[in-house]
Design a protein around this ligand. Sequence first.
Ligand SMILES: [Zn+2]
Length: 612
Amino acid sequence: MHPVPEQTFARVMRLRLAMKRSPSEWLLHNYLFFKVPLARPDAFLRRTSPYVDALFHPGFWAGVALLGLLGLYLVSRQWEAFLATFADMLSVEGIVSFGLSLALVKTLHELGHGYTAVRMGSRVTTMGVAFVVMTPILYTDTTDAWRLPKRRQRVMIDAAGMVVELLVAVLATLAWVFLPDGGMRHAAFALATTGWVLSLAVNLNPLMRFDGYYLFSDLLGIPNLQERSFAMGRWWLRELLFGYGEPQPEPAQGQRKALLVGFAYATWIYRFFLFLGIALLVYHYFFKLLGIFLFMVEVGWFIAMPVWREVKVWFKRRHDSGSRGVITALVVLGLIGALFVPFPYIVRIPAVLTATQQAPAFAPRPARIEAVRVQQGQEVKAGQVLIELSAPEIEQQLKGARERHQLIQDRLGRRSADGRDLSESLVLARELHLEADRINGLERERSRLAVRAPMDGIVAELTSELSPGRWIDEKTRLAVVAKPGALEARGYVDAEDLRRIEEGDKGRFVDDLHLQDSRDIDVVRVSAAAADQLDNWVLASTFGGAVPARMQGGKAQAEHAAFEVSAAIDGVSEVLPLTEIRGEMQIRGRPQSFGLRMLRRVTHVLVREAGA
Ligand SMILES: [Zn+2]
């Protein structure tokens, strides 16, 4: 039975209709739900019913089962090709054929409900399309089936849609085996796989008002399951909270009562997350302002309004409640109070521990490693050669320049001997000078060709894989020289936590891998301006750090405002085993209540999203 959305929203809609409709309300209503009846198929179904007679014989379904097994067997023999079709589906043609086959199978699904209903002797008033949050869903109105005397008849009408889809899947599987490659084969694949899996996933769920719900309701023999269970759920909650002492909405006891109440809560919890999910989806799908608006509409309409209506009832009936009501009120007030009691709060800041003074060493140009002259931990002076390099093309150019120099010199010598044309001699003299310059330059470049210590200190890091003969470029950090002495922690705090720390605060640094004991730290500097890029790139999320970042022009750029914080570590004089140790600063920030923190975070996100 498929009067899905109509019944789901019927109660809400009736409320709306009772009021006058402004154009904006009309728009709101139609954005959330509208229904287009397309046909009154009863006469047609009755006339054509004899043609589908075969579908109602057990023998037919035995044959379908055999065909299904055959199809599975044949597909298993071409398993690789079958999987390859899946890759083909991710094309325009694939998506179009997927869409068309989905439309076809959904139509057959509805006809399945229709023919079964007619055959059972019930009427099918309309068929059409309903739009729920702009998503089209076909429906068949078979509400007349409630008149049918047997539960089995209604169950068959409910299940007919899904059964038809399974039949289509079996035939499509066989068709895939025999069809040539192309659009038809893609369509067959879609019908054989994704189509019915998606359909079952949606339809078998009894918590939404699709086929699965009606099946569940008819199998249990509880018509109007949802309305009745919601009434029980509400009654149960009111008695629990306020003890009105009202009679049960219906005299169910034991398991049946538990089932009705349980079904209501399962549905509410499920729909809460479903509608929240849809709202988030809608929000991301549309541009920001409209997205926020539609998000609010979704959340307001489907989540906040039903809750609000119930709360209003509680308020109106506040005088009816017994002693339970007092306890409930006290508990609620206590919880709200606890939300706004300031608790000590530890601000956690992703940070690295490094030497206060350290500098990286690079090659001056792309070159080949000749020899590594130092070891990790070795003491070095500024300018000392760490790695010897060579560049064969410099040697090549130098050799060429020297030969040309010699040649010009020889010609000049001969020229002065026979004393001819002076101006040509001047040209040669200038060329000689140029070559000499070039040789000088190349020799200078060759002598510069080494990785040198940028300052006095200790080799704190030496890149591994620095074997002779390897080529390196000028961008790779080959070594880091650090001055033994003070250590510091550097990290980034977000805008929300920024207000909670200040210079002079105390805390500790804990490294991620717990390689070392935690160290006491003092905050010495909190930047007032957000950092453009993350200099401590190991903290960027793109490198596995905790600060959300993206790469831009080879630099790590913070996703949200990140403010640099540095903290001193007193009384240590040592060289770290690594140039930087990743971890976090844990700083005792100003106490704050959980409620206020949440409130701030929500407004912060709203402002950020609305502004961007
Ligand atoms: Zn259906």
